[in-house]
Ligand binder design. Structure first.
Ligand code: IMP
Ligand code: MG
Length: 173
């Protein structure tokens, strides 16, 4: 169940997304970006971020899942890969949240093998206390405490993704 008031309100999120998009637009002046969204969690953040970036960009998506819960080895599986050829292009990977860092680390290493001109990572949320693998995060929206959160794309068993804000989720006993 959803507990208490929003951890992050729609207004806080919107303001942060615009701020991140402005920073990206400044940093990539004169360049074209390949914006790679990680599905499904990043879909809402990705759309809002993309529409506020002022430099030319093309979009692509990648679907992966981490099997942390079952294997603890942090095995990551790619279900649907990117379609663009990213060699010599400027890639920004966009995800909803970085937790252990296992997924983003795996995806980053994999995309780097395709020789992009540059590769940066943008996440809306960062649960820094939970990090197992050190991944360079270039654009970060909010640091959040070690709580399970839902809304604005983030889910619990594929529910709550449509909430316009971010809330803490606790399992009902
Ligand atoms: P990592 O490999 O542990 O960094 O996993 C990151 C992925 O786990 C994110 O892309 C989310 O899909 C999922 N995740 C981690 N924490 C949460 C949370 O609090 N709510 C919803 N999904 C989460
Ligand atoms: Mg995810």
């Amino acid at each position: 169940m959803i507990t208490g008031k929003p951890l992050l309100t729609t207004e806080q999120i919107n303001q942060k997304v615009i701020e991140l998009a402005h920073r990206i637009s400044e940093d990539y002046k004169g360049k074209e970006i390949v914006l790679v969204g990680l599905l499904r969690g990043a879909f809402m953040f990705f759309a809002d971020l993309a529409r506020n970036i002022k430099v030319p960009l093309v979009i692509d998506f990648l679907t992966a899942s981490s099997y942390m819960q079952t294997t603890t080895s942090g095995e990551v599986k790619i279900h649907c890969d990117i379609h663009e050829d990213i060699e010599n292009r400027h890639v920004i990977v966009v995800d909803d949240i970085i937790d252990t860092g296992i997924s983003l680390n795996f995806i980053r290493e994999r995309l780097l093998q395709k020789n992009p001109a540059s590769l940066k990572i943008c996440v809306l949320l960062d649960k820094q206390d939970r990090r197992i693998v050190d991944v360079p995060v270039d654009y970060r929206g909010f640091n959040i405490p070690d709580e399970f959160v839902v809304g604005y794309g983030l889910d619990y068993e594929n529910n709550y993704r449509n909430l316009p804000h971010i809330a803490i989720f606790k399992k009902a006993h």
